[in-house]
Write a protein of this length. Structure first.
Length: 418
């Protein structure tokens, strides 16, 4: 799969032969028999499945397109190893620049011109929120959504599936870590001024009420807009309150710029904690020495783990997408692909949107992925993963190293219908 000459389309050639017959874990496929229903299902024939997504190839969140390329790499890997039920996947990615005003048109093209079976890995809270009414109106599933917003679960949507730790849980776990490991008392929060940053901030406040017992408080909240380019005033405002912990709830581009501006202004907060959505080996390179000592949450296995599955991931990315530089982001996409293929296997040969949804809802205690714990769906809960562990970035002899400092901690999904 290569980007087209228009630089807007990725993946028209990423065909995945989906012919694996077995289903793991003793689960029963949701559908059986032949494939007659597929002929009337958009994006499905007896030989092909078409998936699509919006993703940013440019703009403040451009690094995130490596997530989708990671998913594409997994699809290509499975293709080279037989696939599932004789079908191939075409995975089409269109550039929306992380700009909600462009996302609806991208969705319309994928649905009305490319006739996608399902969206996979749509990226971004404000962008996915923009296309949600259109996709819902047209009954197009959205699977492995690359954002932890509560919008996908509240109210419950039977054909939408999250994956990464939702932002309320992440914020709560950040508070748990801040209180119990960093022993923070004065917390400053720099956050993106939209639902993404707002939900993380709300979760952090909930967690401080739960864990701090009055020993820690937020002393300042500084919002930023994704269009901002000068972050020195933000850093000055944050550090004027003398925090012992600065929490960063931003996407990669602005976050790296903020950390650089803070360091260049001479501010050295005792501790910094960044959201897991900006935790990637590219960040210390882009942010500079101010990244040293940065803490971050993660829902993915460490890239340094020398397991057969991690080796397979790295080899596949190098083979299919050698341009990928942000492996943490690609790893998230690889897990997306693992979940989607598992859902297709459990859906059975008679693939429709309904059997695909039923197949995904059969995924329980799914551990054969690069996630840091089991992935779970059910007919009433579509989050996927509800935990984090924490790491610290340190510069050792010129090399950036990501060190784990906690085990994975899980919290119940606060939006689940038990």
């Amino acid at each position: 799969m290569k980007r087209s000459s228009s630089a807007a389309l990725l993946g028209a050639g990423a065909v995945l032969a989906l012919a694996l017959a077995g289903c793991g874990g003793g689960s029963t496929p949701a559908g059986g028999g032949g494939s007659n229903a597929a002929s009337s299902t958009p994006g499905v024939t007896s030989t092909e499945i078409v998936f699509g997504a919006n993703t940013p190839f440019d703009g403040p969140a451009a690094a995130y397109h490596y997530i989708n390329e990671g998913a594409a790499a997994y699809f290509d890997y499975v293709n080279d190893h037989g696939g599932v039920y004789g079908r191939k996947i075409r995975y089409i990615l269109l550039n929306d620049s992380y700009d909600p005003s462009k996302t609806v048109q991208v969705a319309k093209q994928l649905v009305e011109q490319d006739h996608v079976f399902s969206m996979v890995g749509t990226l971004g809270t404000p962008t996915t929120e923009a296309e949600m009414p259109y996709l819902q109106q047209n009954h197009v599933p959205d699977v492995a959504i690359e954002t932890g917003s509560k919008s996908w679960e509240v109210p419950f949507k039977p054909d939408w599936f999250g994956l990464e730790t939702n932002y309320t849980v992440e914020g709560e776990l950040d508070a748990w870590f801040a209180v119990n490991y960093l022993h923070a008392h004065r917390i400053a929060v720099w956050y993106q001024n939209d639902d993404f940053g707002g939900e993380l901030l709300a979760g952090l406040k909930m967690g401080l009420q739960k864990y701090a017992n009055g020993t820690a408080q937020i002393v300042t909240q500084v919002p930023y807009e994704v269009t901002e380019t000068n972050f020195t005033p933000d850093a000055t405002q944050v550090n004027s309150q003398h925090p012992d912990l600065v929490v960063l709830y931003g996407v990669p581009g602005p976050t790296a710029q903020y950390v650089k501006a803070q360091y260049n202004a001479g501010f050295r907060p005792p501790h910094q904690l960044v959201t897991q959505v900006s935790n990637d080996p590219s960040m210390p390179v882009n942010a500079g020495p101010g990244w040293n000592g940065m803490y971050a949450g993660s829902w993915l296995q460490l890239l340094s783990e020398n397991t057969p599955q991690m080796q397979t991931f790295k080899q596949a990315v190098k083979k299919y997408y050698p341009d990928i530089t942000d492996l943490n982001f690609a790893e998230a996409g690889w897990v997306e692909g693992q979940v989607v293929v598992e859902g297709l296997k459990l859906a059975g040969k008679n693939l429709t949107r309904q059997t695909f949804i039923q197949g995904l809802e059969k995924i329980h205690n799914f551990t054969d992925t690069l996630a840091a714990g089991p992935i779970n769906y059910s007919p009433t809960e579509h989050w996927g993963f509800d935990g984090l562990f924490f790491v610290q970035w340190v510069n050792q002899n010129g090399q950036w190293v990501e060190k784990p400092v906690t085990q994975t901690k899980f919290l119940p999904d606060p939006y689940a219908k038990k």
